[in-house]
Design a binder for this molecule. Structure first.
Ligand code: NAI
Ligand code: MG
Length: 367
């Protein structure tokens, strides 16, 4: 049976980079005997323009059914003044929430040819290949109680207000993301480093205990270490190659994955995946998308780098379709094109290279 794939190009450069992914998919269908049942639909501003909502119920239902959803990017200046409830970003948030995508995978991979784009020295990052796994649906961004309250009967408090968020994790929430981390590590370097602040946070103590429990009971063959998240931030910059899979909570993962992204250079290179529970067919609910946004400053000019979106599809091949060899083949093609000096404008360094458009970059990768 064919793999079902729902494509949501979105706004700005989303449709431009997605067109190059479609070429890649066609290549795999024509040359590697894969069959995809592809649906296209609207999300973000494009969906608002047509339906008055950034994600129609019918699109949501299609996403729930699909083996994988591939999303471009949403948003743009045209929609900046819209009411919060219909902003383009709400479409993306609804997908993540209703599909219950609790595991956010952010690889930080540094291709040799781009090592000089890193914020760090070439020798620290060349060949880097690590994966940050961020818990995405719980923790301090969602915990109750939350709010800003008056604190008037406290004369010591200048300004008289208090702001509250709650870091809250259940053991079940920690165990399921820990399982994802160990499963991922088994396909990679067989090593997991869990990051929290068990020295100062109760939720950190529970996090550490539950990750250790899953390890001892279910994945004793995977190497597990624990690190305080602040030290983790230092180690990511000092010696990132010591890591394979890093698993951490929503807040620390937000920060650590952005820091790790800068180890690798351009925003136009960064893929991501968000995975949920397994469906009846054994595949996880899955949403793949580049880390970048809709880049209104370069939209419609043929300048967008399609590689982040293409590498997001490589992740879909690996994690949704069990086509790990095909994923490697695609990543090698990207590596090869970069090694040949082929560059979209965002990748042009002082040493030059061959400047190409979005479409030409896609063509070169397919070739
Ligand atoms: P952005 O990621 O769209 O752009 C930041 C900078 O990086 C811009 O200078 C842009 O030209 C460049 N850039 C981004 N992707 C690129 C690519 N593939 N190739 C070459 N250059 C690239 O972030 P920004 O400017 O903060 O937000 C623009 C819009 O995108 C906003 O409406 C924002 O809300 C939305 N956004 C959407 C996201 C999503 O759909 N997941 C994520 C981040 C922002
Ligand atoms: Mg962030």
């Amino acid at each position: 049976t064919p793999y079902s794939l729902l494509i949501l190009p979105g706004d700005g450069i989303g449709p431009e980079v997605m067109a190059e992914v479609v070429k890649v998919i066609d290549w795999f269908q024509a040359n590697r005997g894969m069959r995809f049942d592809i649906g296209h639909d609207l999300v973000g501003g494009a969906a608002y323009d047509k339906h008055g909502t950034p994600l129609a119920d019918e699109t949501m239902a299609r996403a729930q059914q699909a083996d994988a959803v591939l999303l471009g990017a949403v948003g743009g200046p045209k929609y900046d003044d819209l009411d919060f409830s219909v902003k383009p970003e709400r479409g993306l948030l609804r997908l993540r929430k209703e599909m219950d995508l609790f595991a956010n995978l952010r690889p930080a991979q540094c291709f040799e040819a781009l090592a000089d784009f890193s914020s760090l020295k070439r020798e620290v990052v060349a060949g880097l290949d690590i994966l940050i796994l961020r818990e995405l649906t719980s923790g301090v961004y969602f915990g109750e109680p939350r709010g800003i309250h008056d604190d008037n009967n406290n004369p010591e408090n200048e300004g008289g207000r208090v702001g509250i968020n709650t870091q809250r994790y259940t053991s079940g929430e920690i165990r399921r993301v820990a399982r994802s981390a160990f499963e991922l590590a088994k396909r990679r370097g067989n090593k997991v480093c869990s990051m929290e602040k068990a020295n100062v946070m109760e939720s950190g103590i529970l996090w550490r205990e539950e990750v250790q429990w899953v390890h001892d009971n279910e994945y004793p063959e995977v190497e597990l270490s624990h690190m305080y998240a602040d030290n983790g931030a230092m180690q990511l910059v000092r010696n990132p190659q010591q890591f394979d899979v890093i698993v951490t909570d929503n807040l620390f993962g937000d920060i650590l994955s952005d820091a790790a992204a800068m180890l690798t250079g351009s925003l136009g290179m960064l893929p991501s995946a968000s995975l949920g529970a397994k469906m009846a067919n054994g595949r996880p609910k899955a949403l793949y998308e580049p880390v970048h946004g809709s880049a209104p400053d370069i939209a419609g000019q043929g300048k967008a780098n399609p590689i982040a979106c293409i590498l997001s599809f490589a992740m879909a091949l690996r994690y949704s379709f069990d086509q790990g060899d095909a994923a490697v083949e695609l990543e090698r093609a990207v590596e090869r094109v970069l090694a040949d000096g082929v560059r979209t404008p965002d990748l042009m360094g002082p040493d030059g290279g061959t400047p190409v458009s979005t479409v030409e970059m896609g063509d070169r990768i397919v070739a």
